[in-house]
Each structure stands twice: as structure tokens, then as C-alpha cells.
Design a protein around this ligand. Structure first.
Ligand code: 6GU
Length: 281
């Protein structure tokens, strides 16, 4: 997959692209990210990219006669033009569904705004897919573009190693629940212990605990994530809870999860603990 980032501040991306997963993916050729400084399309001696808004008001507006030729030229830099995404707080919200949709593209251009935004004729002429990363204000689209790259690249086959599989992530298709609580060694810290069930070696019971934990957490923190079916089931559960007080440490839910990934016993901390201490789990 190829990203072309159009920005007045290409330096913002350099550190981010040269670390960790992004760096590896780029080095392996699984991902290309090309940075373009839009100021290269300023054609006057002051390199002007923005101007005061007609009608008055604060801030500056990015000029249509700089931005449109810039995007049109960058579109010719690969065999096929890419999908044009404009990062703007007025865009449609970025969700995992939108990320999944973008991950289908071969090429994406990310157009980053600054200041008060773009002249509206940029939108009229180029008809970009306008995307926002949330209901708060950023100084510009660069951080939002990095969020798009980060979330989309995880879904490209061959970009993440198996150990980082995106299939079971929260919000991925078929899984709109929050992640369960995680623990690793030590078993006890400042008097706080790991839930007993995770040390039991009973993989069926562990999976039931995890699913139950995820659903309770999602219901408590993000009920908006539960679709009609989930909400209905959880309401049934709440009723059951009222009638029958919860037994300590017992998993509530016995439904099967679609996305169960069984860890090999040898890979779990308790198994490693057991090996270290020469005990069976
Ligand atoms: Cl895409 N841009 C800016 N400037 N602010 C934002 C945003 C984008 N998404 C949320 N806030």
C-alpha cells in the first residue's frame, strides 16, 4: 500500500515513520509513505500558501490555486491515482469500520490542513473524503494523518507479524468489544493478585472469563459500542444478576466467542512460571 502525505510540515512525520512497526514495514516494502511539502507548489517569491479570509475573521485560509495543482500533480506520481482523504475536524468520524474501508485501497493521499482550513473550492473541485479523528481541535491535520496511517497499516496483510495479529483487536470486524483485563508476572504485587482463573490452566474457563470481562467492561464504559443484539443480551444478564447474586470468582457468561485464540500453554506466563519453578499447571 502507498500513502502520499501532502503537508506544510513533513518533518512532523519523520520520527514517527522511522521507528518500530512503521519502519519495519517500510523497509520490507510492505508499505510506502511519500512525504510532499505543499510549499513546493507556492509559485510567488514569498512562497505564499495561505491568505486572509474574505469577509474577515481570524486565521488564514489555504489557497485553492496552490492546493489543487499540488494534489493533481501528486496524483500523477504513481501508476494509478489514489483515494484523496482530507483531514479536517468537519469530516466524518474515523472509526474502525472506516479504517477497514481505507485498508482496501491500493493508494491513499492524505491532505493535511493547517490554520483555519482550506478554501471551500478545494473541496468542491477535488471532492475528497473528509475525515476527522474526533471531536476536539488539533493544530493541523498531520497528527490525524499519522493516526490514519497507523490504524490502516495494521490491517494490511504482511505488515504486522503474526504475534501482533490485528484480527482479534477491539473494534475490528466481528469484534466490537473492549479488550479484557491483562496480567503478567508477578502473580502478586502490593497485595494485588491475578484473577485465580487465569492461573488455572483451564482454557475453556479462561476464555469464558475473558469474554465475560470484555462484555462487562464494554457495557460499563462504552455501551454505545454494543449493537442491538449485544445490548439485549447484556440487559438479560443484568436482570439475571438482580435475581441471583453473583458467586465470587465465577465466570458469568458461557457463550462461545468467535475470535478465541488459544495461547499455547508453553507461551503463557503461568506455564513459564511453572517451568521456572518446576511445577505443573
Ligand atoms: Cl483531521 N484536523 C484538525 N485540525 N483537528 C481535528 C481533526 C483533524 N480531527 C479532530 N480534530
Amino acid at each position: 500500500m502507498r500513502f502520499d502525505v501532502l503537508t506544510l510540515f513533513p518533518g512532523i512525520f519523520e520520527g514517527y515513520l522511522s521507528e518500530s512497526l512503521l519502519k519495519d514495514a517500510i523497509e520490507r516494502g510492505a508499505l510506502e509513505v511519500h512525504l510532499h511539502n505543499m510549499r513546493d507548489w507556492a509559485n510567488d517569491k514569498h512562497n505564499t500558501m495561505d491568505d486572509r479570509p474574505f469577509g474577515g475573521g481570524p486565521g488564514m485560509v489555504l489557497k485553492v490555486d496552490r492546493i489543487v495543482p499540488c494534489v493533481e500533480e501528486v496524483q500523477t506520481y504513481a501508476e494509478r491515482p489514489g483515494r484523496l482523504v482530507m483531514l479536517t475536524p468537519q469530516g466524518r468520524p474515523l472509526t474502525q469500520r472506516v479504517v477497514e474501508e481505507l485498508a482496501q485501497e491500493e493508494r491513499i493521499l492524505l491532505l493535511c490542513g493547517r490554520y483555519e482550513g482550506f478554501d471551500q473550492r478545494v473541496v468542491e473541485i477535488l471532492q475528497p473524503d473528509e475525515i476527522s479523528i474526533g471531536d476536539y481541535v488539533l493544530n493541523g491535520g498531520e497528527v490525524a494523518a499519522a493516526v490514519v496511517i497507523d490504524s490502516v497499516m495494521r490491517l494490511i496483510p504482511g505488515v504486522l507479524g503474526d504475534e501482533n495479529s490485528a484480527v482479534v483487536d477491539s473494534f475490528s470486524s466481528g469484534n466490537r468489544l473492549l479488550e479484557e483485563d491483562q496480567y503478567t508476572r508477578p502473580r502478586e504485587y502490593r497485595g494485588l493478585t491475578v484473577p485465580e482463573i487465569l492461573l488455572s490452566g483451564d482454557h475453556g474457563a479462561i476464555e469464558r472469563w475473558r469474554l465475560s470481562n470484555r462484555r462487562e467492561k464494554t457495557l460499563a464504559r462504552r455501551p454505545d459500542l454494543l449493537d442491538g443484539e449485544e445490548t439485549k443480551i447484556d440487559e438479560d444478564e443484568k436482570k439475571k444478576k438482580k435475581k441471583r447474586p453473583k458467586k465470587a470468582k465465577e465466570p458469568e457468561l458461557v457463550a462461545e466467542s468467535e475470535n478465541v485464540v488459544e495461547a499455547k500453554p508453553s507461551e503463557t506466563p503461568e506455564a513459564a512460571d511453572a517451568t521456572e519453578n518446576n511445577v505443573d499447571v
